[in-house]
Design a binder for this molecule. Structure first.
Ligand code: AMP
Length: 213
């Protein structure tokens, strides 16, 4: 089973991907996580990536396609995969179609997580992630704070989760990523999941029900 999550930064794509990963035992491929791992390597490419990502701009289509293609063709993904954060523009969506065609597989479900913009900003600016297990919490909506222990590791803030960069990322999302919604709507595989102030559990339930039915 191959699944794709679409949605603005902070809409909860990462949280839902992780839940679906556990529920159906297929791996999440997050291009943001793959790129952040590259920035932590200290390489020259990592340094260049850090600059692009901290401004909220996109890194090159060529690089993300290379990262995704390597993952999708690995043994881990032989039973399927969950794409989170890719594709992010129409050119990436077309390249993904070509790649999947060559592999003779297809995306079965695209979930668009739709959340109001004011909530998105709070979600991003308050977001903290465990540096070891990747668990996500929020300083606005929980008692956890940056530097607290999750049990496995320590909660850290992403460099691009400040208000200025988030506003930039939202603008880039509406200009470049939103057109993909129609691309998948036309294929008849898009499911709109409306999120709000309530927690992620209801959304997971809705997504799991759609997949199981
Ligand atoms: P994310 O963790 O998905 O919010 O991604 C963080 C940052 O990584 C983005 O703001 C981009 O700079 C970069 N990035 C992640 N995925 C892509 C992609 N598919 N295409 C281009 N840049 C990406």
């Amino acid at each position: 089973m191959n699944v794709l999550f679409l949605g603005a930064p902070g809409s909860g794509k990462g949280t839902q991907s992780k839940k679906i990963e556990t529920e159906f035992n297929i791996p999440q491929i997050s291009t943001g996580d793959l790129l952040r791992a590259e920035t932590a390597s200290g390489s020259k490419m990592g340094e260049d990536l850090k600059k692009i990502m901290s401004s909220g701009k996109f890194v090159s289509d060529e690089l993300v396609l290379k990262l995704v293609s390597k993952k999708i063709t690995s043994d881990d993904c032989s039973n399927g995969f969950i794409l989170d954060g890719f594709p992010r523009n129409l050119s990436q969506a077309s390249s993904l179609d070509v790649l999947l065609n060559d592999l003779n597989v297809a995306i079965e479900y695209v979930f668009l997580i739709d959340v109001p913009t004011d909530l998105i900003i709070k979600r991003c600016v308050g977001r903290i992630t465990c540096d070891t297990c990747g668990k996500i919490e929020n300083e606005y909506f929980s008692d956890f704070r940056e530097g607290d222990s999750c049990g496995e590791g320590v909660y850290v803030k992403r460099a691009d989760d400040n208000e200025e960069t988030v506003t930039n990322r939202l603008r880039v999302y509406s200009e470049q990523t939103e057109p993909i919604i129609e691309f998948y709507e036309k294929k008849g595989i898009l499911h709109r999941i409306v999120g709000g102030e309530d927690g992620p559990e209801r959304l997971t339930e809705e997504i799991v029900t759609i997949i199981k039915n």
